[in-house]
Design a protein around this ligand. Structure first.
Ligand SMILES: [Zn+2]
Length: 324
């Protein structure tokens, strides 16, 4: 399905079966000499078919097309390898590009899950159900690395890159000042709450995320074009909701910990999740993984706020409420 959003700007809805996100928004800017595709879909045939059909309907010549990827997740990067041609420039966040470094592997994440109480016998199963593991591009084209403030000009659009860490450390939004548009990637979604996870205590993902929300709060925009689901107009209103949501979640984490000492996996199991399962045991393994990552992000944030104490002395990291 294709929508014309504005002059020379289109959206292709790329289905993401079995994902609560439902679909990815791929945005296409058509220019006289070059086109730009913003985000691509998973590396799987159902996504490729939708992109292939959409691009054909729009008469997009891939040999005259460049790419901009808002962040490193597989639903955004997945089809890069199959769609990019020899002449394509691929704009990609310098910070997020590090996950594709040769020496990078999933092992540190696995080790980290283990010390946070994730059951050892379920770890490999969790990894193999992870969409990032299953649907990433097999090979990565050469990137044109972008930073905060980089400018991409194409088809009468002047896109200013805004580094907005939180959802990923190198997440980038695009701001079109004259046309008053924000391409928000997965930084701000309208129908669902962006997933904030942390798999390292060096990164305060939720703290970064809240700061990045403030960074874009006052942007003069008439329309926000997110990475998933509906477009929306009220940027400030949506940011207020997201901030309130995370404060509530942080308070919930404090309640779940109570006066006990618990690990992150146990805390995740005690939180409420918007998922069709009666008990934590019934959660699909990938959802347990995401929930644990999200619990850690909130715990790390609460620790930075002085509300939670972390104890990393033993084999498993534990948390308790900070004495006040
Ligand atoms: Zn994402």
């Amino acid at each position: 399905m294709i929508d014309e959003v504005m002059e020379n700007l289109y959206r292709i809805e790329v289905p993401l079966p079995n994902s609560p996100l439902k679909e990815l928004n791929s945005y296409i800017i058509k220019g006289n000499d070059r086109n730009l595709i913003i985000d691509t879909g998973f590396n799987r045939s159902v996504c490729y078919d939708a992109m292939h059909k959409g691009l054909a309907d729009l008469n997009v010549d891939l040999s005259k097309t460049d790419f901009m990827i808002t962040h490193m997740h597989a639903d955004h990067t997945g089809l890069l390898e199959r769609l990019a041609t020899k002449t394509s420039t691929v704009y990609f966040s310098r910070i997020d590009s590090r996950v594709f470094d040769k020496d990078n592997s999933w092992q540190p994440m696995i080790d980290y899950a283990l010390i946070n109480g994730f059951p050892a016998d379920e770890l490999m199963n969790a990894l193999h159900s992870h969409p990032g593991f299953k649907y990433s591009p097999a090979k990565i084209p050469e990137f044109n690395l972008i930073d905060n403030g980089s400018i991409i000009e194409i088809g009468g659009y002047r896109l200013q890159c805004l580094l907005t860490p939180g959802h990923t450390q190198g997440h980038i939004c695009l701001f079109e000042e004259k046309k008053r548009i924000l391409f928000s990637g997965d930084h701000i979604l309208y129908n669902i709450t962006p997933h904030i996870e942390s798999w390292s205590y060096l990164v305060n993902a939720l703290g970064d995320y809240l700061k990045s929300l403030d960074m874009v709060y006052n942007l003069p925009v008439d329309i926000v074009l997110p990475g998933h689901r509906n477009f929306f107009k009220d940027l400030k209103g949506r940011i207020d909701e997201l901030k309130a949501h995370h404060q509530q979640r942080a308070d919930e984490v404090i309640d779940v910990v109570g006066s006990e000492i618990k690990n992150a996996y146990e805390i995740a199991a005690g939180m409420t999740w918007d998922i069709d399962c009666e008990t934590w045991e019934e959660f699909p393994i990938a959802q347990k993984w995401f929930a644990t990552g999200e619990a850690i992000a909130h715990l790390r944030y609460l620790e930075s706020e002085g509300r939670i104490k972390r104890d990393a002395q033993g084999k498993i990291v534990t948390f308790q409420a900070a004495a006040n």
